[in-house]
Structure formats: structure tokens, C-alpha cells
Write a protein that binds this ligand. Structure first.
Ligand SMILES: *Cc1c(COP(=O)(O)O)cnc(C)c1O
Length: 386
């Protein structure tokens, strides 16, 4: 399916709504049903039609069709956050006594679910270094039900060989989930590589304007229905119509924004690599990246997120760098217009800082849509203040 068709036409039946070019926001909580038997049908299977907007909603459905097509999946669900997509997809596939193998250092709220919530229901998680497929094979137990992946990781960009892990999981009848927030489905399609479910924080690239929190989960029709009938409706974590509409608007410019950000990122990476204050740059599409070949094989693009280690003898130097930037904003998240920065040392006190530990000197940068020269001038200013 052509990308342009997905973004501009798929799911949009304009004749149903006055031929409006922009899709409608069906801002309603419930739907009128004319026949008792129709109502009975919806009570039996809420996935079959419009009853109540915690379940299905027409604006959300336009979005879901596009998201599924982008992922090359049969079906997709849209959530009110990426964290909700993570929670529902995992919870739907485990029960007491089950075991999960997760890639090490997954997204914070995935890790907190594995560490704090699931153990209360006797579900245990083993973390493995995902850069070697054998580590997954070694961690699989007879009760392993789920393998949880995030490729690339959103701080150090460690990758997993998605096709190889998918094959291993299939041999053991294990469900696989991949957090694809870094690439978005424009640059990586885990389902086409054999992964069962792909998820992403739509807060990042799909929204694209730093104005919505949302999440996407895609996979087989049977799996999406299973999750809709249970966790999706029970947790009440579905996206609201207005937010779905914001994502529809964001989707129209998604490829263009990714292209711009990718180009500027290369300029910024090249600038940083040559800077005397920078020890090393981490970016999956840079030839010096340890898993560069795998990145080229399974991703069709890398985008605005990169990290770099600065030479700094104290935490104060990094603080001065960050606080003297005028255009690049200090904030979590990414994917909007604005370039953003987070220093790893934000989770350390001055006393805890150890200059010999590179992880204390790491800085994550999101390269947004500004002119690259404008950003480089700002970084230069930051380095000057160190
Ligand atoms: C932001 C993020 C999430 C969570 O998404 P929210 O929309 O913030 O709930 C999950 N995974 C990764 C890699 C993220 O960056």
C-alpha cells in the first residue's frame, strides 16, 4: 500500500461527512441503537460496532486503520499513552506463574511494570543483554510466555536482531512484543520481521507537535480483539476522539518531518564527532556505531535521537552546558518541532557523580525541525560555557 494512500485516504470516507477534507472528530461518549437485537449483538461483541466510546469510536477507527497499515499489521489499537499500550499488551499475555524475558533497560514504565506490578501477581521477568540473540535463548524457561523488546533503545540505541529473536520465540511458542518508538513504522516494521506485536509511543513522532500523549499497539486481528475485549476496555485506556484527530493530523506530515529530522541529525552528529569536548557519539546510522550493520539491515532510517559522552571532570560542567543553551530546550520526550536535551547526570547528585563513569557524562539530544546551523550554534555556546 502506498504511504501517501495510507496517510491521506485509507479509512477516510469523505462522502459520509459532507466531503470534508479533514476527518471529523466524533466527540460523543455513546451511540444511539435503533433495534433491541442490534443492542444485544453489541453487548455480545462490542468489537462489532459503535456502542460506547471507551470501546470503538469512528474518529479513532480512521486512525486505527492507518496505524495498522503503517505497521503492516492486520489490526491496531490506539491508547491514551504509550505506557498504556505496553501495559495492556503484556498483561493480556501472562498469568500467575509465567515468566517474561525482557531486553535490559527497557523504557522506564515498562521496567517498573516488570519490577513492581507483575511480581505481585507472580509473574517474573529476566533481563538480558539483547545485542546477542543467544542471551534470549539462554534465558528461556519452560514457563516463558513473552519476550519483550525495544529496538533501538532510546538512550544507548542497543538493537536486537528482530528476525532472529522472532524465529527463536516461534520455536518455543512465545509471544513477542517490540517497542518501536525510536523508528516509528516509517523506518522499521517489526511485524514484517516476524514479531507478533509492535507498539510505540505516538506522543513522539506520530503526534509530532508535543501536544498529545498517546500510544499504538498493532498485531493480528485475533490478538487485538482479545486485548480490546479485556484489558483495553477494562483499564479504560483507549484514546479520546480529539487526541485521535490530532494524531491523524500529525500523520499527514510524518514522513516529511522524519526526513527533515534525519538530515539535520547527520549534520549534528558530524559536528559533535569532531568536537574536542565530545568523547563519543552514539547514533545507530553512524558507521562507528557497534551495531551499524544490523541497524542498516532492519531499519530503513534513523532519526532525531542521539546521545553523546562529553569530557567533563564535574557534574557542574555538564549543568553549565545544559543551562546555557538558548534554543535547545531541556525536556523529556521527543518527536516535536523543538530540539530537546536531557543529561544523564540529572538523576545524580554532585557527590554521586563519577567522571570515570561514562554513563554519568552522557547527554541525550533530540534534533527537531529547526535549521541545523541554528542548533549547532547553540551547542557551540553550551560547550563554550562548560
Ligand atoms: C515515551 C516512550 C514510551 C511511553 O510512551 P508515553 O506515550 O509517554 O506513555 C514508551 N517507550 C519509549 C521508548 C518511549 O520513549
Amino acid at each position: 500500500m502506498d504511504l501517501s494512500f495510507i496517510l491521506n485516504e485509507l479509512g477516510e470516507n469523505r462522502e459520509d461527512y459532507f466531503n470534508a477534507i479533514s476527518p471529523p472528530i466524533i466527540q460523543t461518549s455513546n451511540f444511539r441503537i435503533r433495534k433491541v437485537d442490534e443492542l444485544r449483538g453489541l453487548f455480545e461483541d462490542e468489537y462489532s460496532g459503535y456502542l460506547y466510546s471507551r470501546g470503538l469510536n469512528p474518529t479513532v477507527d480512521i486512525l486505527r486503520q492507518k496505524l495498522a497499515a503503517l505497521d503492516g499489521a492486520e489490526d491496531a489499537l490506539a491508547f491514551n499513552s504509550g505506557a498504556a499500550a505496553i501495559f495492556a499488551s503484556v498483561l493480556a499475555n501472562v498469568q500467575a506463574g509465567d515468566h517474561i524475558v525482557s531486553v535490559e533497560k527497557p523504557y522506564t514504565w515498562a521496567r517498573r511494570m516488570f519490577d513492581n506490578i507483575l511480581p505481585r501477581f507472580h509473574v517474573k521477568t529476566t533481563y538480558v543483554d539483547g545485542t546477542d540473540v543467544d542471551n534470549f535463548a539462554d534465558a528461556i524457561l519452560p514457563n516463558t510466555r513473552l519476550i519483550y523488546l525495544e529496538s533501538p533503545n532510546s538512550w544507548n540505541y542497543a538493537l536486537q536482531d528482530l528476525a532472529a529473536v522472532a524465529e527463536l520465540a516461534k520455536e518455543h511458542d512465545i509471544v513477542t512484543i517490540c517497542d518501536n518508538s525510536y523508528c516509528s513504522p516509517v523506518y522499521q516494521r517489526p511485524i514484517e520481521l516476524g514479531i507478533d506485536m509492535s507498539l510505540q509511543s505516538a506522543t513522539k513522532y506520530i503526534s509530532g507537535h508535543s501536544d498529545t500523549v498517546a500510544g499504538v499497539l498493532s498485531g493480528s486481528s485475533a490478538m487485538m480483539k482479545k486485548i480490546f475485549d479485556s484489558e483495553y476496555n477494562n483499564i479504560g485506556s483507549g484514546i479520546q476522539p480529539f487526541n485521535a484527530w490530532l494524531l491523524l493530523r500529525g500523520l499527514r506530515t510524518l514522513p516529511l518531518r522524519l526526513e527533515r529530522s534525519s538530515r539535520s541529525t547527520l549534520d549534528v552528529v558530524n559536528y559533535l564527532k569532531d568536537h574536542p569536548k565530545v568523547e563519543k557519539v552514539l547514533f545507530p546510522f553512524d558507521v562507528t556505531f557497534p551495531q551499524y550493520e544490523l541497524a542498516r539491515r532492519q531499519m530503513s532510517g534513523a532519526c532525531g535521537l542521539l546521545s553523546f559522552y562529553v569530557h567533563a571532570g564535574s557534574r557542574q560542567e555538564i549543568v553549565r552546558f545544559c543551562e546555557s543553551l538558548q534554543h535547545i530546550l531541556m525536556a523529556v520526550s521527543w518527536g516535536g518541532y523543538e530540539s530537546l536535551i536531557i543529561p544523564g547526570c540529572a538523576s545524580l547528585s554532585n557527590e554521586e557523580f563519577n567522571a570515570n563513569n561514562p554513563d554519568h557524562r552522557i547527554i541525550r539530544l533530540y534534533v527537531g525541525l529547526e535549521e541545523p546551523e541554528y542548533l549547532i550554534r547553540d551547542l557551540e555556546k553550551g560547550f563554550g560555557a562548560m
